[in-house]
Design a protein. Structure first.
Length: 78
């Protein structure tokens, strides 16, 4: 199972840094993704971000958070 996880970590590592205008949105993706709405995405589009950039940053944030939680669970389970 390590190789697929390493691939996911590599995807996150090579994703460019998100622009500051995405910080609140990406925090929402990390902390409570279920609350992200179309309005959140529309606000980013209105701020000049592209759909591709929003998608790539969203996926990277979701993967990163999933891996963080997996790593925490592995530490607990030993």
């Amino acid at each position: 199972m390590t190789a697929p996880l390493d691939e996911l970590r590599a995807v996150v590592a090579r994703t460019p840094a998100a622009p500051p205008t995405m910080s609140d949105y990406l925090g929402k993706v990390h902390d409570c993704a279920y609350t992200v709405t179309d309005g959140d995405v529309q606000a980013l589009l209105a701020a000049g971000l592209s759909e591709d950039e929003i998608f790539e940053q969203t996926v990277a944030a979701a993967i990163s958070e999933g891996l963080r939680r997996l790593d925490a669970a592995r530490r607990v389970l030993g």
